[in-house]
Structure formats: structure tokens, C-alpha cells
Design a protein around this ligand. Structure first.
Ligand code: ATP
Length: 207
């Protein structure tokens, strides 16, 4: 099974990296693809350029062999729809199992995504959540039938299963990091050092 971790990554931070590592280790994934999006479906705009977001990802995953950056959405024009990425990946590797990795906040908006149920024909979904929260609390009824609670069954399903993984997560957001940089504060320990250095050198997010 290969994990797909999509996002704006504006910038990537230790919250993303730690969540990805939790998923990789606990569900014994072969690798995780970090897929930065080109144009956000809900109109969110970016502060760093696509090239800078990509560079920060590359710097962040250095030394972690199972983490791979997949820039395919940056090479497509228009809105980055996850379904298109899943169709492409499945066509390239028909025998591989893909699972989308989503934070709980993102999962709760999944019912608003483009072809949201079609996504489950091409992949499973792993929702990473904090252990203290009741994982299934606000699932949209569209997805209730896809929920799988058996980890072994999940790990061997080709697609169509949603698994909730409780893990200790870091309370960090890219918004917080951008605000701290703009306020001239240090972002040390929130992002890998190489990413912090790059943000400083390139003067990204500073006001
Ligand atoms: P922003 O603050 O700009 O909205 P963000 O920090 O939420 O950004 P994104 O790139 O939008 O980061 O998120 C990509 C994915 O990572 C989403 O699925 C999101 O739920 C998840 N995610 C974001 N922050 C964390 C975190 N601290 N721990 C675990 N997952 C996270």
C-alpha cells in the first residue's frame, strides 16, 4: 500500500511530517507520496510560489527514504482534482493499492469534493486524528458505509475503505507558521531546519 498525502504545503511543517510517519509505520505502507496541489478547488490562494512549495517539500523529506515528492499536480493546469491524480496513479500501477491520507479537518469536507464517491473506487482513505477525539463523530452519511475498523482487512483492501487512525498529532498549521514569519518570530522546531533556512533566505511569508 502506498499513501498519498496531498495538500497546499504552504509550507510543509512538522505536523504533516509526523502524521505521515505515524501512518507509514502503523499501517506498514511502502512509501508516502507528498502531492502539492496546483490550484485549490475551494479557491484558496498560496503565499509561496509552486516552485518554492516544491523546494520546501524536497528539503523537508531529505533523509526519509519512504517519503517521496510527486509533483504531477503542479504540472497540470487548472484546478487540482484528487480524482485525476488517483486515476493517473492507478493507470501507471494497476496492481498497487493507494490510500489517501487526510487530516480530520480535511476529511470533514470530503463530501464537498469533486466526484467524492468516485475517489473511493480508486483508493482507500486514511483519516489521521487525535486519540482524544471520537473518530467517527461527524461523518457525513455518504461515507458511513465505507468505514472499516479492522486494520488487517483495511491493509489488504484495494479501494473503498475508510480507516480512522488515532495518533498523537502536533498542533501546528501552515497558517500559524506564515503568521509567525510575518511577525518576525522564529519558526524553529515547527518545520525542519532546512525549511526554516530556506524560508528565511528566500524571504517567503515576511511582510
Ligand atoms: P493552512 O493552515 O494553510 O490551512 P495546513 O497546515 O492545514 O494549512 P495543508 O497543506 O492545507 O496544511 O494540509 C494538508 C493535509 O495535512 C490535510 O489533510 C490536513 O488535514 C493535514 N494536516 C494539516 N496540519 C496537520 C497537523 N498538524 N497534523 C496532522 N495533519 C495535518
Amino acid at each position: 500500500m502506498i499513501g498519498i498525502f496531498g495538500g497546499s504545503f504552504d509550507p510543509i511543517h512538522n505536523g504533516h511530517l509526523r502524521a505521515a510517519l505515524e501512518v507509514l509505520q502503523r499501517l506498514e505502507l511502502k512509501k508516502i507520496l507528498f502531492v502539492p496541489c496546483q490550484q485549490h478547488a475551494f479557491g484558496k490562494t498560496f503565499n509561496a510560489t509552486a516552485a518554492q512549495r516544491l523546494e520546501m517539500l524536497e528539503l523537508a523529506i531529505q533523509g526519509e527514504e519512504e517519503f517521496v515528492v510527486d509533483a504531477r499536480e503542479l504540472q497540470r493546469t487548472g484546478i487540482s482534482y484528487t480524482i485525476d491524480t488517483l486515476i493517473e496513479l492507478n493507470a501507471e500501477n494497476p496492481n498497487e493499492i493507494y490510500s489517501l491520507i487526510l487530516g480530520m479537518d480535511t476529511f470533514l469536507s470530503l463530501h464537498k469534493w469533486h466526484q467524492e464517491e468516485e475517489i473511493l473506487n480508486y483508493a482507500n482513505v486514511i483519516v489521521v486524528d487525535r486519540p482524544a477525539l471520537e473518530a467517527t463523530r461527524m461523518i457525513d452519511s455518504t461515507f458511513a458505509d465505507y468505514v472499516c475498523t479492522n486494520v488487517h482487512e483495511f491493509m489488504h483492501s484495494k479501494a473503498g475503505k475508510i480507516f480512522f487512525l488515532s495518533a498523537p498529532l502536533l498542533e501546528i498549521s501552515a497558517t500559524y507558521i506564515r503568521n509567525e514569519v510575518a511577525a518576525n518570530k522564529s519558526i524553529r522546531y515547527l518545520v525542519p531546519e532546512a525549511v526554516a533556512d530556506y524560508i528565511q533566505t528566500e524571504k517567503i511569508y515576511s511582510s
